[in-house]
Structures are given as structure tokens and as C-alpha cells.
Design a protein around this ligand. Structure first.
Ligand SMILES: Nc1ncnc2c1ncn2[C@@H]1O[C@H](COP(=O)(O)OS(=O)(=O)O)[C@@H](OP(=O)(O)O)[C@H]1O
Length: 293
């Protein structure tokens, strides 16, 4: 069997990146956001797909079953910076979206977000996930997705993550810099994967108040029931089963969906080293993550 070619990481304006996220840079930076666009921003593997689907159902769940059964979520919520050979770029996909508001996802660190999103005062939802579960999820994703650099073994993967040497750069910088942005940009809603796991219904309510939506109790319950882990894992439109670079036999995209799976991966020594390093990098007492619930 042919071994898929894995991309290399490189330094891009101080952030570790891979080409498929930087090759469309000029178009990306000149992207014209509209005031009602909604941007879902995350470090990879923090809950992008989950929140994308919640928003898609809140805005477009009434559009009938066709949209839900025939259009993959990735096409309904384009990935802004993606640029793969022979496929429309994320910016092209976003430009062609027929529905309003446009829901757009990104993993960009805050300093790379196209200026027009800020200028147009777009609503932005940032989803963050605790670093330990985030790195475990990213490791398994890198194993199954040949569009990402070769992960190597768990121990070296973890080391690289701690050093910021993963696509989209340092998790620590990503979550901290987005957190700080809240101080100056009021249309930014910062939420946590762990809260979604704890009480998805409550988080849907909070999202609705940020977005100014008032769905009926029944509608909200329909959304909540559709976005459970099991339901999204079964759903071909949300489980990424059609993405060519992903081998779900190596590790499924909808893998575990839990808080605390890191305990099955970190050795005691790795955990101690990680905690020590974490303390040095996460100095803001207001930004608190839960590693278990
Ligand atoms: N509904 C629901 N409930 C609980 N968990 C969920 C859900 N949907 C996605 N997930 C989990 O989120 C992880 C994938 O994150 P992303 O969607 O951000 O991935 S990506 O960056 O867009 O590739 C990945 O986490 P892990 O299972 O820990 O690998 C998914 O399983």
C-alpha cells in the first residue's frame, strides 16, 4: 500500500504551521467578512465540530431534512484557512455559502484572523479544551490524518506540543491570546469543552443568549439530542467519514469525547513534567481549565 506523503511543519511569523493552512494567505487576509458572519475559533481538537453543529442546527435546523442528510457539516461550516490541491479553498467555500448568517470555522491564532472580522464586529465564539485532553486528541488525530505531519510516538508528540511545535503553534499562546482579546473585543464569547460535556443544554442556552436567539424549548431539546457524541458519531454528515486523508480504522474522528482520557496516556513522570511546565506558561489566574469533571 502506498504510504501517504506527510507535510512538514515550518515557522510562519513565529507560529508553527503546515502549508495547507498558509498557501492561501493573501486571499485569507483579504477575506471580506460580513457583519452577521459568525466565526467559530478553536485550537485544533477543542470542540470545533461540536459547536459548529450546534450552531448549524440552531440557525438552519428548520430547513428540512435534506440539508442535514446530504450536505456534510464541513461544507455548511467552511474551514477558513484550508487550502488543499484540487479543492475549493476555505475562503472560496465561505464566499459561496448560500445561507445567512455564514458560519465559518478557524484554528488561527488570534493575531492571524483576517482584519475584516474585527472591523465588521462579527460575533466570534472561541472554544477551549484542557491541554491534556487536547494533546491526546490531537495525537490520535495526527495518527489518522495524513494531512498532518507524522506524529511519531506519544512521548515525542507530547514534548513537541509542550514546545509549541504543532500545527497552529503553541496551545498555551493560542488559549491565552484569545482570552486576552476578550478584554478589548466584546463580541467574543469564550467557552469550554468541559462545560459542554458537563451540561450541553446549559451551554446551548448560553450560546443562544450570546447570539440573540430564542428557540422554543422543543427546538433546543432537538438540538441537544442531535449533538450527543453517539449521535454525531453515527451521523455521516458530522463524523468526517468521507474525508479522504482520514483513516478512521487507525483512530476514528469521533474518538472518545470525554474529559479525563489523558489519564490513560500520561505516565506519572510525563504528568509531573507537564504540570511544572504548565505553571510557567499559564500565569493568568482568570483562565482556568478543568482536567476532570
Ligand atoms: N458531540 C460531542 N461530544 C463530545 N465530544 C465531541 C463531540 N463532537 C466532537 N467531539 C470531540 O471533539 C474532538 C474533535 O475536536 P474538533 O472538532 O475541534 O476537531 S478538529 O480540530 O475540527 O479536527 C474529538 O475528541 P476526542 O474524542 O477526545 O479525540 C471528538 O470526539
Amino acid at each position: 500500500m502506498e504510504v501517504p506523503h506527510r507535510p512538514e511543519m515550518f515557522d510562519f511569523h513565529g507560529v508553527c504551521m503546515v502549508h495547507q493552512f498558509t498557501d492561501n494567505w493573501d486571499n485569507l487576509q483579504n477575506f471580506k467578512a460580513r457583519p452577521d458572519d459568525i466565526l467559530i475559533a478553536t485550537y485544533p481538537k477543542a470542540g470545533t465540530t461540536w459547536v459548529s453543529y450546534i450552531l448549524d442546527l440552531l440557525y438552519f435546523g428548520h430547513m428540512g431534512p435534506d440539508r442535514q442528510t446530504s450536505i456534510p457539516l464541513n461544507d455548511r461550516v467552511p474551514f477558513l484557512e484550508i487550502c488543499k490541491p484540487c479543492l475549493p479553498t476555505g475562503t472560496e467555500q465561505a464566499e459561496k455559502l448560500p445561507t445567512t448568517p455564514r458560519l465559518i470555522k478557524t484554528h488561527l491564532p488570534v493575531q492571524f484572523v483576517p482584519q475584516s472580522f474585527w472591523q465588521q464586529r462579527c460575533r466570534i465564539i472561541y472554544v477551549a479544551r484542557n491541554a491534556k485532553d487536547n494533546v491526546v486528541s490531537y495525537f490520535h488525530f495526527a495518527r489518522m490524518n495524513s494531512a498532518l505531519p507524522e506524529p511519531g510516538d506519544w512521548s515525542s508528540y507530547l514534548q513537541g506540543f509542550m514546545a509549541g511545535k504543532r500545527a497552529f503553534g503553541s496551545w498555551y499562546d493560542h488559549v491565552n491570546n484569545w482570552w486576552e482579546k476578550k478584554e478589548t473585543y466584546s463580541n467574543l464569547y469564550y467557552m469550554f469543552y468541559e462545560d459542554l460535556i458537563e451540561d450541553c443544554g446549559r451551554e446551548i442556552d448560553r450560546l443562544c443568549s450570546f447570539l440573540g436567539l430564542s428557540p422554543s424549548v422543543e427546538e433546543k431539546e432537538r438540538v441537544r439530542a442531535s449533538v450527543t457524541f453517539d449521535s454525531m458519531k453515527q451521523n455521516k454528515m458530522t463524523n468526517n467519514s468521507a474525508v479522504k486523508t482520514m483513516n478512521h480504522k487507525v483512530s476514528p474522528f469521533m474518538r472518545k469525547g470525554k474529559v479525563g482520557d489523558w489519564k490513560n496516556h500520561f505516565t506519572v513522570a510525563q504528568n509531573e513534567k507537564f504540570d511544572e511546565d504548565y505553571k510557567q506558561k499559564m500565569k493568568n489566574p482568570d483562565l482556568k481549565f478543568r482536567f476532570e469533571i
